[in-house]
Ligand binder design. Structure first.
Ligand SMILES: [Zn+2]
Length: 475
């Protein structure tokens, strides 16, 4: 890799540098600012600088190494050097081909304290605009408490050590909104105790921030890329995956982000009261497939079902409403006239409720045959959803036999597998019921699980749509 050296400050007395490593292709990429350790007394560039930049460059980051001021320079000189570096990277994002909203900092040991402080102290130092969008902390110095590496704090704080060491113990300073962090350490570290990382991660989780912690049993301080240890070597890839899944980092050439279609069946009231407002917050679309069930059933469970006004309300919020038959009859069991009646009766119900433009249909229980399909076609629907479990090949699939994957019982395995099936032009259609579903417990999804789903889809930067919208976009 070719290196270019930039002086961070115009004042000749400040020798801090940014080493820029050029990457071959010219697509926009996330950036990684590597901050070597050295106890705020030296900068270990040869072990925790260039080799780390090289590894992250292989993983698709555009990489930089920070050569920052250390003792006898004191706080906040190292911090200001790092902020200056991020300012340089962000303000030159266009010429450097960098995504200015996805700049991470990766620090080692005392460099970990420096990297972590960039997000945590940004307000205190008036540097919000120069804060990183994520941090990687390798065996970091965090605490100045009992487990702390006092040498680093003495070098950073000088004469102010006794007065300020508690204030710059970063585990005590974490607040909601600090940048997502990937942290790793070895339990056998005799220089910087693993407790530093435990305290950091604990405070991050308590504050509701995103943090992933990996602790290796064997190994002392300063393992950098692992020096041949196969268990430690994968951490840069894991850090990258963490940013992709938790902080919206995107890499050109990586597998495309998934297109997802959300559908909600059977008209539970919480679809209007809980699901729809949450979808709106995320900017997600969806299709709702209500039905009426039979009169006796409906009377018994009236409290749990959406009213006609609520159905119209969903459409006013911008969601698609489809037809799922009147009484949720298994259509393959009845003659086609009965099929047609079922569909027409619910169409009238929707029209009376003020719901318009109903073009999608969902087969009750996902079952269909040729007769049923022609009844649906005859009724004028352009799209119909089955529960044939595969991704939806929009261009090649019969639009009246759209496959979809039902999710229930908070199954993480089913959810992640389903999302993994999506490919460019081939969204995955998910079928959900009530959140929660008291009437049909076998279809239940809890509020907590549903919120996790939406958070994951959002972090993956998925396009989340209704059925008709996806068809229009991808056909
Ligand atoms: Zn149903």
């Amino acid at each position: 890799m070719k290196k270019e050296v930039v002086r961070l400050w115009s004042a000749p007395a400040i020798e801090s540098e940014l080493h820029i490593y050029s990457c071959k292709n010219d697509m926009v990429r996330p950036a990684m600012l590597v901050i070597p350790g050295g106890g705020y007394r030296q900068v270990c560039e040869s072990t925790e600088g260039y080799p780390i930049a090289k590894r992250f460059a292989e993983l698709g980051f555009r990489c930089f190494v920070l050569i920052y001021r250390v003792a006898p320079h004191r706080f906040p000189a190292p911090q200001l050097d790092a902020y200056k570096a991020i300012e340089y990277i962000r303000s030159n994002a266009e010429s450097l081909n960098i995504d200015p909203d996805h700049i991470a900092a990766c620090g080692f040991s005392a460099g970990g304290h420096l990297a972590a402080s960039l997000s945590i102290l940004a307000d205190e130092l008036g540097q919000q605009q120069n804060a990183p969008n994520g941090v990687v902390l390798a065996y970091p110095v965090i605490s100045s408490g009992k487990c702390g590496h006092q040498g680093s704090f003495r070098n950073l704080l000088g004469k102010e050590y006794a007065k300020l060491k508690k204030h710059y113990s970063l585990d005590r300073r974490i607040v909601p909104g600090n940048a997502p962090a990937f942290v790793w350490h070895t339990a056998g570290d005799t220089v910087v105790n693993v407790e530093n990382s435990l305290l950091f991660a604990g405070s991050m989780w308590k504050a509701g921030n995103k943090c992933e912690l990996r602790v290796h049993q064997i190994g002392n301080h300063g393992l950098a890329l692992g020096y041949g240890r196969k268990d430690i070597a994968p951490w840069p890839q894991m850090a990258k995956d963490f940013f992709v899944h938790n902080a919206g980092f995107r890499f050109p050439g990586d597998k495309k982000t998934a297109d997802v279609v959300l559908t909600f069946d059977d008209a539970t009231k919480n679809q209007f009261e809980f699901v729809a407002p949450l979808l709106k917050q995320y900017g997600f679309g969806a299709t709702f497939f209500p039905c009426n069930f039979d009169a006796r059933w409906r009377e018994k469970y009236a409290d749990t079902l959406m009213t006609p006004q609520q159905l119209a309300g969903l459409q006013k919020m911008g969601f698609e409403i489809g037809n799922h038959t009147d009484s949720h009859l298994t259509l393959t069991d009845v003659p086609s006239e009965k099929c047609e009646q079922e569909i027409a009766a619910f169409q009238k119900y929707l029209n009376d409720a003020g719901v318009e433009n109903v073009t999608s249909f969902a087969y009750p229980c996902g079952v269909y045959n040729d007769e049923v399909v022609s009844a649906v076609k005859k009724a004028g629907f352009t799209l119909a959803r089955t529960t044939d479990r595969s991704a939806w090949d929009v261009k090649n699939c019969d639009p009246l036999k759209i496959p979809a994957i039902p999710l229930a019982l908070d199954s993480q395995a089913e959810f992640y597998k389903a999302i993994d099936m999506a490919r460019p032009g081939k969204p995955v259609v998910l079928v959900l019921h009530g959140v929660p579903d008291i009437v049909h417990p076998h279809c239940n999804i809890s509020e907590k699980f549903f919120m996790m789903m939406l958070e994951y889809l959002s972090a993956l930067n998925c396009r989340v749509m209704g059925l008709a919208e996806a068809y229009k976009l991808l056909k």
